[in-house]
Design a binder for this molecule. Sequence first.
Ligand code: RB5
Length: 143
Amino acid sequence: MKIGICNDHAGVEYKFKLIKMLQKRGIEVVNYGTNTKDSCDYPDFAHRLAQAVEGGEVDLGIALCGTGNGMAITLNKHQGIRAGLAWNYEVGQLVAAHNNANVLVLPARFVSYLEASLIVRAWLDTPFEGGRHQRRIDKMPCR
Ligand code: RB5
């Protein structure tokens, strides 16, 4: 399992902690984010991560910015990406079970690190339910 992670300046601290947590679980992590708190533009990193997921360079992605919205909106411009924003454990489970999100987006300024790490675990440990949820996912692309 290989996970790509990206962030802007608002997500840099949680990014480094999450990388350690994921590596402890035996997951290989590729860092596509900024490594400083200097102000930067989240799309620069979101597009890199999206391309890595779409191209199969990594299996899944995690993205962090202040609210999570800038990352989610940018990531979801890519046809191969289903980026889901999650702000608590239960939403972390549902974004896997119902939306089969291949990128998890976290609002770093609005969740504690503990909550963020629990959300990541919930998303990773919850299987996609398929069935009616697959039917809905099939209807997502613009026709
Ligand atoms: C950066 O200040 C902030 O705008 C960004 O992290 C994010 O919240 C955007 O959606």
